[in-house]
Structures are given as structure tokens and as C-alpha cells.
Design a protein around this ligand. Structure first.
Ligand code: GLN
Length: 454
């Protein structure tokens, strides 16, 4: 049914770069055989899932949305993909993204533009726009995305679905094509908090291939019923919760009035569920986005050095020297936004500028982390909009305007905190999202709160 739905929706939406129907059917047949033999089925057995195309899959090519990796065939699955497959998920295909995850609209992909299933004239958000669009269009039940500065949360908001950026280190980055390694996270996008919790339970946990993974297993499979039981048992389920409302975010002049209104309604609902609501200030907020773009570009400039036509990259013929060969590969392979970031990052890291830009941005990162630390003395969770506006028209934003999309999502990225997007006004034609941010490591808390609200 999902494959059929995919055939119907793809011509308009373009959420996928690659679909392998035969592979999907083979996986489904294997699940059927297991069931007939009475064997134990996994936690996500038979769940049709799409995977952002910057996560390695052995069965399907992985392009990161870049011409440079056109036809690249990974030798193994990313850890998160392997874990999903072991638990019986059926991979339908690979979803479109802004090249290497760089962008906020999914217009920046070498293989075409994704459209928002709620309104085809608008962007689905980015960079995991294909993932969010596939879930919103029901051409997948769940999706894996990646979030470096907002790439799960903002597209989930634009498409009216649910998405979690886990705590940094909660999910292995092994097999995620690196953008900015100190910020990169892998997380689920789905239709409900329950679904993404189940997905997170499968993909989370330590991995010897990624030494930044958190040692505690965090979301154990047994944690799931706890969340559900709480729902049934607790009457005023949020009675002990202090919810911080991030004042600078709500007072932003660029904040669309419908987003502000939706958030105010959400605040009223949280209070009626028993939460105490406290205003919380995050003064470093002003500088976070600028710092993020310096740091993310700096790390990208180093990470993307491997695309030299030798280790990776579609080799171009006719070069007489190795340097010329690399230049040709990168000139043809990288799109303009990727080149801009490599230039920006190389500049910010170069001798003579590293103190003024990179080190200063690192200082801002520390201030942001301290601000959150102070905020969490007064509250247990923070609530904010996900982005200043809802989904905008295709072609409407470029350059710095697009960077400014991320002002509300990058702070949690800089501090490595778990952050959940929930639809704030799910019945509106164009949804806006709200963001619940938790203390470092409290992914379960954020999901639980989201679930109780939902
Ligand atoms: N829009 C941000 C960027 O372009 C975030 C992208 C992401 O989280 N991968 O860097």
C-alpha cells in the first residue's frame, strides 16, 4: 500500500531520490516468512520507512544530494540503518535533502526540489525535507533524518509532523555522511510521538564505531510501556513540570502572528494539564545563529576535504596532475552553497582569522550552553517556536535569509540538547511547529512531555 501511495505522490512531491521497489518487497517477504515460521518479529517489523540520503545503505546508492556522490554505493549500512533492519523495518528508499545537509528548504539538492505535501507551492523545509514530506504524504510511515542546526525540527514543523533531534551522542553517527561532526545528530520523523519513540528506542545506544555515543543505553526498549502507562494513570500529568517559555523567541519581531498565537494556545493547554509556566531568558540567543554558521562551515570545510576524487567522488578524466584532477572533481561535483560554506569555513579557520572568527564562535557556543544551564535551574523544559514563520513559497528565500530560518533551532544544537518538534496547530492548512527542549540526555523526558501534550 505504501509503495502504491508512493507511486501516486512522488510525481508531485519528489520526496525520494531513490526508491527500490523490489528490495522493499523482498524485505516484506522475509518478514512474512518469519511470521509464518512463528519466529520473533522485531520492534519495527514491517514498518515502511524512508531514510535521508546522507545515511549509508548497502542496498541503495547514497548521494547526500550531491553530484559528487552520484552513484556512490556504500559497502555497509549506517549503524542506525542496520539496527532498524535488524528489528524488521522495511526500507522503501532514500529521501531528498539539501546537499550534504546544507540548507533549510530542500531546494539545494542536485537531484531536484522537494515540495510540501500540504501546499505544493511551498517548500517542505530542510535539510531533511524529503524525509518530512514522505511522512506527511504517507509515502512512508517513519523516516530517519539528520539534524545539525535544525534539519529534523524545521521540516517536521513545515510538514505538520513530529520529529526529534536527540541529545548529541544518543544515536550513533557511524554511517552518517559528516557535515559538522560536533553538531550532527540522527533522529526520527513520524506521525506521532509514540512512533518516533519506538524508532528512537531501536536506533539509540552506544556504538563502538562512534566514540561520542553516550554510554548509557538511554532509551531501552523497556522504557516504552512506562511512557504509555503514565498516560493512563496520571490525571494532571504535568503537575510536577515547570515549563520555561523562552521570552526572546516569543518576542522576536519576525515571528509570524499565527506562530505566536499557536504557541500561546499551547501554553494554555500545558497549564491546564498542570504544568507551571515560567518565563525564561536566553540572552546569548542573538549571537547563536552567527556562531553556528561559522562553526558548522569550519567543520564542513574539514569534513569535505575527503571528496578529492581519490577517496570519494566521481573521477573526471583528462587532468594532467593530481591537483588538477581534484579541482575538476570538486568544481563539477559541489553545488554553489557547498562551495560557499567551504570558502567560509576555510577563511574562518585560517591563520590570522581563527581568533577573530572560529575561537570567538566557540566562546559564543559556551555562552549558549551556560544560558541553557541557567535556564534549567528554573524549569525542566523549554518551549519555543521552531522557526519564525511557517513553510514559505518555493524560491522565496536565499542566502542570509535562509540562514536566519535557523535562529530558533541552532541554540539546542550548539548545546547538544534534545529537542522535539510537535505540530502547534495541526488542523491549520499550513502548520507551524513548536519546539520542546530538554536537559542534556533527557530525550525520554522530552518525548514523554510531547506524548502527554499530544
Ligand atoms: N539549515 C542549517 C544549515 O544549513 C541546518 C542544516 C542541518 O541541520 N543539517 O546548516
Amino acid at each position: 500500500r505504501y509503495l502504491q501511495r508512493l507511486q501516486e505522490t512522488e510525481p508531485h512531491i519528489h520526496a525520494y531520490i531513490n526508491v527500490d521497489e523490489q528490495f522493499a518487497r523482498e524485505q516484506a517477504a522475509l518478514i512474512d516468512q518469519k511470521r509464518e515460521r512463528g519466529e520473533a518479529l522485531g520492534l519495527v517489523a514491517g514498518v515502511p520507512i524512508s531514510i535521508k540520503d546522507n545515511l549509508l545503505t548497502r542496498a541503495l546508492p547514497t548521494t547526500a544530494g550531491s553530484l559528487l556522490l552520484e552513484n556512490y554505493q556504500p559497502a555497509e549500512d549506517a549503524t542506525c540503518v542496520r539496527r532498524l533492519r535488524e528489528q524488521g523495518a522495511i526500507i522503501l528508499g532514500k529521501t531528498a535533502l539539501d546537499e550534504f545537509g546544507m540548507g533549510s528548504s530542500s531546494e539545494n539538492c542536485a537531484f531536484g526540489v522537494v515540495r510540501n505535501p500540504r501546499d505544493l507551492t511551498r517548500v517542505p523545509g530542510g535539510s531533511s525535507g524529503g524525509s518530512a514530506a514522505s511522512v506527511a504524504a504517507s509515502s512512508a510511515l517513519l523516516s530517519l533524518g539528520s539534524d545539525t542546526g535544525g534539519s529534523i525540527r524545521q521540516p517536521a514543523a513545515f510538514c505538520g509532523v513530529v520529529g526529534l533531534k536527540p541529545s548529541y551522542g544518543r544515536v550513533s553517527r557511524y554511517g552518517l555522511i559528516a557535515y559538522a561532526s560536533s553538531l550532527d545528530t540522527v533522529g526520527p520523523i513520524g506521525r506521532s510521538v509514540e512512533d518516533i519513540t519506538r524508532c528512537l528506542a531501536v536506533i539509540a545506544g552506544p556504538d563502538p564505531h562512534d566514540l561520542t555515543t553516550l554510554a548509557d543505553t538511554g532509551i531501552s526498549l523497556d522504557a516504552l510501556p512506562d511512557i504509555e502507562e503514565a498516560l493512563v494513570e496520571e490525571r494532571k500529568p504535568l503537575a510536577n513540570i515547570r515549563l520555561g517559555v523562552w521570552t526572546e523567541a516569543l518576542e522576536m519581531p519576525q515571528l509570524a502572528s499565527e506562530a505566536r498565537l499557536a504557541l500561546q494556545e499551547a501554553i494554555a493547554t500545558f497549564s491546564s494539564l498542570g504544568a507551571s509556566v515560567v518565563p525564561v531568558s536566553m540572552p546569548s540567543f542573538q549571537a547563536a545563529c552567527a556562531a553556528y554558521y561559522i562553526l558548522a562551515s569550519s567543520e564542513a570545510s574539514a569534513n569535505l576535504a575527503r571528496y578529492d576524487g581519490v577517496r570519494y567522488g566521481v573521477r573526471q578524466d583528462g587532468a594532467r596532475t593530481a591537483a588538477e584532477m581534484t579541482r575538476r572533481v570538486r568544481t563539477r561535483g559541489f553545488g554553489p552553497e557547498v562551495k560557499r560554506r567551504i570558502m567560509l569555513g576555510t577563511f574562518a579557520l585560517s591563520a590570522g582569522y581563527v581568533d577573530a572568527y572560529y575561537r570567538r564562535a566557540m566562546q559564543v557556543r559556551r555562552l549558549v550552553t551556560d544560558d541553557f544551564w541557567r535556564a534549567f535551574q528554573h524549569c525542566d523544559f523549554l518551549l519555543s517556536p521552531v522557526s519564525p514563520t511557517g513553510a514559505f513559497a518555493l524560491g522565496a528565500k536565499a542566502g542570509i535569509d535562509l540562514y536566519a530560518e535557523d535562529v530558533l533551532t541552532v541554540p539546542a544544537s550548539l548545546a547538544g540538547l534534545p529537542a522535539l518538534t510537535l505540530p502547534a496547530n495541526p488542523s491549520a492548512r499550513l502548520p507551524t511547529g513548536m519546539q520542546l527542549i530538554g536537559r542534556f540526555g533527557d530525550d525520554v523526558g522530552v518525548l514523554r512531555l510531547g506524548r502527554l501534550y499530544e
